[in-house]
Design a binder for this molecule. Structure first.
Ligand code: FNR
Length: 443
């Protein structure tokens, strides 16, 4: 392989083969007229996924809070930083590996927790689990997953035993449920506990509101609850007061859907009333808006796992996190789904890194390509979290679709890093390649 445009010595000798092979595979398939089924370009990926999903599913995944200004701020923040590539720096051997919570990862990214993946594809979390495990990319099991974490773990271990997995917790009103979820996560071999702080209440999601559609009411995205012994036990005493929908054929269809989503016999779930009780109980207890920093000590006593706080956007909160002994932070605005008008997550990163210099800091919200990963690492992130792009890959082609999105990001990042003049992540972090501000892009 010395006379093709893909010739690249480091692919066979470097720490990890595959980046150039990815380009080569795509271009070679193109020789026989084949185009990637999962588009490489993010806008094309989103458009193709939209075609494949129901209107409700696409709205749920693509949408944000209010006028969605936080989503556009996330992208503008990345665009404002420009990379200043350095030349003649020997990038023949490249290494994109990092270490995170004692584990070596080949790429500096994790899969963000995304709930209700069944809206994107029937195999939902299971397909994501297999794709992530095959590549050694940590999967963050969502508290709102469509499949129980134990099922995902079995799927992952069948592909690559011990593949990295973390659990994301929404802090429920029920202490007993929190304890149960945490102990299940430990038993599943999760390597970190991510506590999402920004969703103590559900954001004002315009697209979902205009469709009057919330998947949880159909029994979707509550598999971690309906598979939980403590949650199931709590159903006996549920309160069935509260607003009730008008009964129409649509109501009946939705009640049947909730029963179908409940574990075991759907008929039993329907006639016993358990499926609807589960939905009601979930709505009543899934979040606890009165948690405060002081409550973290309670959680600390109940787990030996590293505790990572997700949703931190202020340096003052990062300082508090350090004072309360947490082990890591995820700088995130939940992909613009919670506070319309919130600051871009990338804009918060330098301040948060300065306030918590010794903690691993992961950045999500707006990662769409390799250059975004590069910029986040150069601004102090230990790793980044990938969100919507993998959900779209899932919608288009299940496990393979998620895999393609991950492989594309890995290749894109490695090439960006090399072409910018950095052979490894240490060089990116050390600022060997500068970022400059493009002042023409408004904040
Ligand atoms: C999310 N996110 C999320 N976060 C979390 O902690 N628990 C969850 O269950 C979910 N569910 C969820 C569903 C959907 C459809 C989306 C798009 C996002 C937020 C997610 O983890 C991450 O912060 C964002 O996706 C990052 O933004 P981008 O890059 O996807 O725009």
């Amino acid at each position: 392989m010395t006379d093709t445009p893909f010739s690249d010595e480091s692919d066979s000798q470097g720490p990890r083969a595959g980046t150039m092979a990815r380009q080569q595979a795509i271009y070679t398939a193109g020789m026989s007229g084949q185009k990637p089924a999962v588009p490489v370009d993010y806008a094309a990926l989103e458009a193709a996924a939209e075609q494949r999903m129901s209107r409700e599913a696409f709205a749920y995944i693509a949408g944000g809070a209010g006028r969605e200004s936080t989503m556009s701020a996330n992208r503008r923040a990345f665009e404002r930083w420009r990379i200043v590539p350095r030349m003649l720096r020997n990038v023949d051997r490249r290494d994109t590996a990092i270490e995170l919570f004692g584990r070596r990862l080949n790429q500096p990214f994790v899969l963000c927790p995304i709930g209700v993946l069944e809206m994107a594809h029937g195999e939902a979390d299971m397909a994501v689990a297999r794709a992530a495990a095959a590549r050694g990319v940590p999967m963050l099991f969502s508290n709102q997953a469509s499949r129980p974490m134990e099922d995902c773990v079995a799927a992952m271990d069948a592909v690559a035993p011990g593949a990295p997995r973390w659990f994301q917790l929404y802090w429920s009103k029920s202490d007993a449920l929190v304890e149960s979820l945490v102990s299940r996560a430990e038993a599943c071999g999760c390597e970190a506990l991510v506590v999402t702080l920004d969703t103590t209440l559900l954001g004002w999601r315009s697209r979902d509101l205009d469709m009057a559609h919330l998947p949880f009411l159909l029994g979707q995205g509550i598999a971690q609850y309906t598979s939980d012994p403590v949650f199931r036990e709590s159903l006996a005493g549920t309160d069935d007061s509260g607003p009730r929908p008008k009964i129409t054929t649509r109501t009946l269809r939705n009640v049947l859907a909730a029963a179908r989503h409940y574990p075991g016999s759907s008929l039993r779930a329907l006639t016993s009333g358990e499926a609807l009780a589960a939905v009601r109980q979930f709505i009543a207890t899934y979040s606890r808006p009165n948690i405060t920093w002081a409550d973290l000590a309670w959680l600390r006593e109940r787990t030996r796992l590293p505790i990572v706080l997700k949703g931190v956007l202020d340096g003052a909160d990062a300082k508090l996190a350090v004072e309360h002994g947490v082990d890591g932070l995820i700088v995130s605005n939940h992909g613009g789904r919670q506070v319309d008008g919130a600051r871009a997550s990338l804009d918060a990163l330098p301040e948060i890194k300065a306030a918590a210099p010794d903690l691993p800091v992961i950045l999500d919200s707006g990662i769409r390509g390799g250059a975004d990963v590069f910029k986040a690492l150069a601004l102090g992130a230990t790793a980044v979290g990938l969100g919507r792009p993998y959900a779209y890959g899932l919608a288009l082609a299940g496990e393979n679709g998620v895999g393609e999105v991950l492989d594309n990001l890995a290749a894109d990042f490695e090439l960006t890093m090399a072409l910018a003049g950095c052979a490894d992540i240490a060089a990116v972090r050390a600022g060997e390649t500068r970022l400059v501000r493009d002042e023409t892009i408004a904040g």
